[in-house]
Ligand binder design. Structure first.
Ligand SMILES: Nc1ncnc2c1ncn2[C@@H]1O[C@H](COP(=O)(O)OP(=O)(O)OP(=O)(O)O)[C@@H](O)[C@H]1O
Ligand SMILES: C=C(C)CCOP(=O)(O)O
Length: 249
């Protein structure tokens, strides 16, 4: 049975400029795509932090690089991500998708060198039992730093390689990775293919925006598709919307 790893960008499922605001129409379109993928095979969903995680993380000075030992701050970030996760799970349940949460704060950790340890037992067993695991960017224990932020993009890379996914898609609010003229770059095989145009996010963001996303996906060593909400249908149909990141490792 085919296995797809699909990221729902925080910019899709939330209004990234309004604190803790779900984008109902973006979420609805994304969940319809997940429902279709779940009908056809196995799917693992990862969603980003959007205006839930990033705003609270920024308030506490926590990012993928900067950590904290402030328990109240860690809990504030994780609680916000669980609220967004509940909204995604509820929308999936309304469409009859058997979705269950996997919270990275309680499932994984970062080693001192920053490498991510994400045991897959919960995710793999959920898949084997016919469930749809839903993970999300989160705050995560980090040896030597207390806790830092793990991006949904990091989780996508870890899951796709650990589960040997057949297809990887990342839905954002842009139609793909854009060049300096604003056109979609069809394929990226090296960071230099788009370096001039790659930047952070237009909204509050503590995990590096599109530049970090492309860098992480190039390390995956398998094709990953970056597309906008209008590309969800094509991705579900097995086509290649937006930009394909084709790294080698
Ligand atoms: N060359 C580029 N092409 C496309 N988007 C770019 C580029 N450079 C910077 N960006 C910015 O990156 C954003 C997408 O990255 P972002 O991390 O915000 O996406 P996301 O995964 O939906 O969000 P989240 O990280 O909350 O899950 C775009 O909204 C755009 O503002
Ligand atoms: C900021 C938090 C807590 C999540 C970051 O995940 P991302 O939005 O996928 O980068």
């Amino acid at each position: 049975m085919s296995l797809v790893v699909l990221k729902l960008g925080g910019s899709v499922v939330t209004d990234k400029d309004e604190a803790e605001t779900v984008d109902e129409s973006g979420l609805a379109a994304a969940v319809d795509a997940v429902a279709a993928l779940a009908e056809a095979g196995q799917v693992v969903v990862v969603h980003g932090g959007g205006s839930f995680g990033h705003h609270h993380a920024a308030d506490h000075g926590v990012s993928s690089e900067s950590g904290t030992h402030d328990v109240a701050g860690i809990r504030e970030i994780n609680d916000a991500m669980k609220r967004l996760n509940d909204a995604v799970l509820d929308a999936l349940a309304e469409r009859g998708v058997p979705a269950l949460p996997v919270h990275p704060l309680s499932a994984g950790a970062r080693e001192e060198d920053g490498s991510l340890s994400l045991p897959l037992a919960a995710t793999e067993t959920m898949l084997g039992e016919g469930f749809v695991p839903v993970l999300h960017g989160d705050v995560i224990a980090h040896a030597g730093k207390g806790a830092t932020i793990v991006s949904g993009d990091d989780l996508v890379v870890s899951l796709a390689s650990g589960l040997d996914a057949d297809r990887v898609g990342l839905c954002s609010t842009v139609p793909g990775v854009l060049d300096t003229a604003g056109d979609v770059i069809p394929e990226i095989t090296a960071f230099g293919d788009a370096a001039d145009a790659l930047g952070g996010s237009d909204s509050t963001d503590v995990t590096g925006g599109m530049a970090a996303k492309v860098q992480k996906l190039l390390a995956l060593g398998a094709p990953a598709h970056i597309f906008g909400p209008e590309g969800l249908g094509e991705f579900v149909a097995g086509e290649s919307p937006g930009t394909v990141i084709r790294g080698s490792n």
